[in-house]
Design a binder for this molecule. Structure first.
Ligand code: BMA
Length: 313
């Protein structure tokens, strides 16, 4: 190990979900995450061995470590837009208390580019597709876990990479109905070594200190890309204002299941579960586009790091 675990700590039973847990799976990886009825729910991308279309499956757990992955897919290739939905992965889940509803965004990959599908569920039994809510290219749409001044808010990552296309950067936008978005503003560009190539968000969650989000960051060397994680803190009343971010990566690939697999050197978060009462942060992350790993730590410590390292800049 070259990387000191200081903020997030890998679970000793990692990887907690692996392809061998499912019949005929080549990869079980990047997952949306939330709490529902006291259970931890993960929406896991499952890629079949025969390279047919991946689907999103629900995995549920009472203890947050041992998961039962359902056999039946929860989200499949869109029946309404089959020609522009070639790869069903990377779901992001947001619970919005005002609507008592779980919303799910996911990228729609096709030769038309990567657009964004919005869907919803109340119970993780039935899923309702709503509409396409962002133009290509937008791989990483993340809805805030609550309205701000009466409006829905979203973080976007409109372009795929940083070289000359203005991409790899975060934007913020607002909506009255979750379908139509506007008042787009630039928010954050890659800012340090571990995220030099591009950054991407997860759905921000409200804490007493601000809107908190885990971000992924990519850096590139002569031997390829490396995906790490950091954190971002936005003002509660005006989330266009950054009030913290980590210059230090809080997790970077350093375990065999992170540096070996379908895509080596990847820890990839599609979300996290933050519990202020327990002062706990759990991140269920995709490892090497093959497994699901769990890393956890103290939420307040990571929020403090966001503030300190931003102030010091
Ligand atoms: C990103 C996304 C993720 C993937 C990562 C590493 O761009 O496509 O689904 O985990 O690359 O391959």
């Amino acid at each position: 190990m070259y990387y000191k675990e200081e903020y997030l700590f890998r679970h000793p039973e990692n990887p907690i979900i692996k392809p061998a847990d499912v019949d005929n799976a080549y990869a079980t990886f990047n997952c949306g995450q939330t709490m529902y009825n006291g259970k931890t729910i993960l929406l896991v991308a499952v890629q079949p061995m025969d390279n047919s279309h991946p689907a999103i499956h629900v995995a549920e757990s009472d203890d947050g470590v041992h998961f039962k992955l359902r056999k039946e897919p929860f989200i499949e290739k869109s029946k309404n837009f089959p020609s522009i939905d070639n790869w069903t992965i990377d779901p992001r889940v947001t619970y919005i208390p005002e609507d008592d509803m779980y919303y799910i965004t996911r990228p729609l990959d096709s030769p038309w580019g990567t657009a964004v599908m919005l869907g919803r569920t109340k119970d993780f039994e039935t899923y309702e597709e709503m509409d396409i809510v962002a133009l290509p290219n937008n791989r990483v749409p993340c809805i805030f876990g609550g309205k701000v001044n009466g409006q829905y808010v979203r973080l976007d990552r409109p372009n795929p990479s940083g070289s000359g296309d203005g991409g790899g950067r975060l934007w913020i936008s607002f909506s009255n109905d979750l379908i139509h978005w506007g008042e787009h503003r630039p928010l954050l560009a890659p800012f340090t070594l571990w995220n030099w190539t591009k950054i991407g968000p997860t759905p921000p969650v409200k804490t007493k200190d601000g809107w908190f989000s885990i971000i992924h960051g990519v850096t590139q060397s002569c031997s390829g890309r490396r995906y790490s994680m950091g954190a971002l803190l936005l003002d509660l009343d005006d989330p266009r204002k950054i009030i913290g971010r980590t210059n230090t990566p809080i997790l970077t690939p350093d375990a065999p299941y992170e540096y070996m697999g379908t895509v080596p050197n990847v820890v990839f978060p599609c979300g996290f579960i933050a519990d202020e009462n327990k002062d706990e942060l759990r991140v269920y992350y995709g490892a090497a586009d093959t497994y699901v790993g769990l890393a956890s730590g103290r939420l307040s410590r990571i929020i403090e790091l966001c503030k300190e390292e931003y102030k010091a800049d």
